[in-house]
Design a protein. Structure first.
Length: 149
């Protein structure tokens, strides 16, 4: 299995507001950058879209080390999702899970992609080069959504 290091980040100008997602994929000497955005979105949705787009870009099963600065996404996919699925996509308070359609997309990528994923949280805006690049790409996604790129 190829080892791929992935950095993801989301950005939003206003919450909700125009947002963007950014991805940096690295495997050996190969690097690929992805970004995109939407006009009426939230920071959490953009954090999720970054991971969805990153995993969707992988063409075959990989050993993945995925760095993200969103505890919402990391804990959601590794801890909370099991309860949500068992409760029919309801929270412990019996409310519908926010962003359920994105959680379902992410869950499908994680469970059917054949990847071995290590989820690593990294502090945002703290000088980590991969996280800083993913943040810059996410901001490029905001500009793209606004038609400036």
């Amino acid at each position: 299995m190829n080892h791929v290091v992935i950095y993801t980040d989301g950005a939003c100008k206003g919450n909700p507001g125009p947002g963007g997602w950014g991805v940096l994929l690295k495997s050996g000497s190969f690097e690929k950058e992805l970004f995109g955005g939407e006009l009426g979105t939230t920071n959490n949705r953009m954090e999720m879209m970054a991971v969805i787009e990153a995993l969707g870009a992988l063409k075959r099963p990989c050993q993945v080390t995925l760095f993200l600065d969103s505890e919402y996404v990391r804990k959601g996919i590794t801890e909370w999702i099991h309860g949500w699925k068992a409760k029919g996509w309801k929270t412990a308070a019996k409310q519908p899970v926010k962003n359920a359609e994105l959680w379902q997309r992410l869950d499908a990528l994680v469970s059917t992609g054949g990847h071995q994923i290590e989820w690593r949280w990294v502090k945002g805006h703290a000088g980590d080069p991969g996280n800083e690049r993913a943040d810059a790409l996410a901001n490029m996604g905001v500009e793209k959504a606004l038609g400036r790129r």
